[in-house]
Design a binder for this molecule. Structure first.
Ligand code: GAP
Length: 527
């Protein structure tokens, strides 16, 4: 992470805490790594994200229904799904400082000038490019200057610590820096140990670590009572597929959608809420005929990308990236990630996968229950293929927070431009839709303002009444909360029953009839 991205994330985290978006879980006891709480504004933001998703993928469609499953399920579910065997992350420990890392997120970077090694470092990163950047930034000043100038004549060796375990001949990537930029070239080099990213000590070999949280059901704490907190909501959908089919008149293609908590004992939770141990997922399992799976995969890939753009993530920061064969999960035939350019790097927001008939076939095998689908029209019996758009609520919330965070200037009461921080949320996601102020706390203004506030509140809009302090400061507070509209009752209101409505982004103030305030806000919210 560079100094700038750090600063932006630090500023965002400070605002999120100060204004009640995100708090560290159990902060008064020093917190707990990988767990986060959402404050009064954060919980509204999260609910709005979930409601927008539910409205768009369930309520507005004829072919998708909802479901709400238990978090703890029969442990045989996880045997069938492959999670007991395959849901592992590679883990390495530092023998010296005892720090623990996900081996696929630690890279060894070696830079050579001919035979001479001028840099050897371990860095935590998501990609080789990032590893290269970080290693350059952390190098001693002489080496850094040389690398920043293009590093002509130097050769780089970069590989994941996971692949550098002893016993395997590490397959390394050589990057020859060319004068016109850098060029990646696959090659091999003998394996070697990766230094610890924190202290430079020696890392252990990578070993597998199952990420499911274990618990016990009932009074006995023996192996027969072991159960797991679900690591994805998807399996509850597969386990209920027959129940949903039998209780509805759905025909393929159809989908089942679920929003709920998932838990993963991540080795190294990081980047604020981005990788947490407890998080919420919004998942659709879309069941279709195998012959139509490719078409639906393409459909959902695009539909989910468009959903984020429609809610204000600028398309220049969003991208769709198809997985390489070696990245695919054990159940997937194809997968694309919707990625967002967070201040700490480009990272996954949502994945769209073609899970084939893997899950239903496995559950059929393990449960002994018939999970085939019979098509009345074609008289065909088959196990449907599944296209799965799977997104994280917390990741979406983080992306919307990052996108919304803006520093600009706005005139104060005297018309002098002042710096302001404003959260430019899409109105559909804004935690508070409108704030209502009396200009002063006298002359009947609070009574009129309270009337408007109650009217908005009764209409189901999340709104806020504020009569404390200078009006400019009240605007600033709402800007930081991301409130799109501020309704102000002033002297003129008492004469002609009009109010001003200030737009958060353009700062334009419209004067309208007080009786029209609700209609004005509703129209702009599209409700
Ligand atoms: N059912 C498929 C599945 O769970 P995944 O790529 O492991 O696939 C889907 O997770 C989404 O869940 C991710 O794109 C991300 O938004 C969210 N997610 C996964 N792990 C997470 C974590 N540790 N913290 C926050 N969100 C996470």
């Amino acid at each position: 992470m560079t100094e700038n991205t750090n600063t932006l994330m630090d500023k965002l985290a400070a605002l999120a805490k100060r204004r009640g978006f995100v708090f560290q879980s159990s902060e008064i006891y020093g917190g707990i790594n990988g767990f986060w709480d959402y404050g009064p504004l954060g919980v509204e933001l999260k609910r709005n994200i979930k409601e927008a998703w539910w409205e768009d993928v369930v309520r507005k469609r004829d072919d998708i229904v909802g479901l709400d499953c238990s978090i703890i399920m029969n442990p045989r579910v996880w045997e069938a799904s492959g999670h007991l065997v395959n849901f592992n992350d590679p883990l390495v420990d530092c023998r010296k400082c005892k720090a623990r890392f996900r081996a696929d997120k630690v890279f060894m970077v070696v830079v050579k000038d001919g035979e001479n090694e001028i840099l050897r470092a371990g860095v935590e990163a998501d990609t080789r490019e990032q590893a290269r950047e970080l290693a350059t930034a952390n190098a001693n000043s002489k080496t850094r200057r040389r690398l920043e100038k293009g590093g002509e004549g130097l050769s780089w060796v970069i590989d994941r610590a996971e692949r550098l375990s002893s016993g395997t001949r590490a397959s390394l990537t050589l990057i020859h820096t060319e004068p016109d930029g850098s060029k990646f070239e696959e090659g091999t080099a003998p394996g070697s140990k990766c230094p610890c990213p924190l202290c430079g000590g020696e890392l252990t070999d990578a070993r597998k670590f199952n990420m499911m949280f274990k618990t016990f059901v009932g009074a006995m704490e023996d192996s027969s009572a072991v159960a797991y907190l679900r690591p994805e909501t998807a399996q509850g959908i597969f386990a209920n597929y027959k129940n949903v089919l039998d209780s509805t008149r759905l025909k393929t293609p159809f989908g089942i959608a679920q929003i709920g908590k998932s838990f993963r004992n991540e080795i190294n939770p990081r980047n604020y809420t981005f990788r947490s141990r407890e998080f919420e997922q919004m998942e659709i399992e879309f069941f279709c005929h195998p012959d139509e799976a490719d078409r639906w995969y393409q459909y959902w890939r695009q539909a989910r990308y468009d959903w984020y753009v429609g809610l204000g993530l600028t398309s220049s920061k969003l991208r769709l990236r198809d997985h390489q064969k070696d990245e695919l999960a054990h159940y997937a035939r194809a997968c694309a990630d919707i990625e967002y350019e967070f201040p700490f790097g480009i990272n996954e927001l949502e994945g769209i996968a073609n899970r084939t008939d893997f899950d239903l076939s496995e559950h059929q095998k393990h449960s002994g229950k018939d999970l085939t689908y019979f098509d009345d029209e074609t008289k065909q019996r088959f196990i449907p293929y599944v296209i799965e758009p799977s997104g994280g609520v917390d990741r979406a919330a983080l992306a919307f927070l990052c996108e919304a965070y803006t520093e600009d200037t706005a005139p104060d009461e005297n018309g002098v431009p002042q710096p302001r921080t404003v959260m430019k949320f899409h109105p559909r996601l804004a935690p508070v839709k409108a704030a209502v102020f009396p200009l002063v706390k006298k002359e009947g203004m609070p009574e009129v303002a309270t009337g408007i506030y109650r009217e908005l509140q009764k209409a189901g809009l999340s709104c806020f009444y504020d009569e404390k302090g200078a009006v400019g400061r009240r605007y600033r507070r709402q800007d930081e909360a991301g409130t799109p509209f501020c309704v102000t009752v002033d002297g003129q209101t008492l004469q002609d029953q009009t109010v001003t409505i200030r737009d958060r982004d353009s700062l334009r103030q419209d004067r309208i009839a007080a009786s029209q305030a609700l209609a004005y806000v509703r129209e702009r919210l599209g409700r």
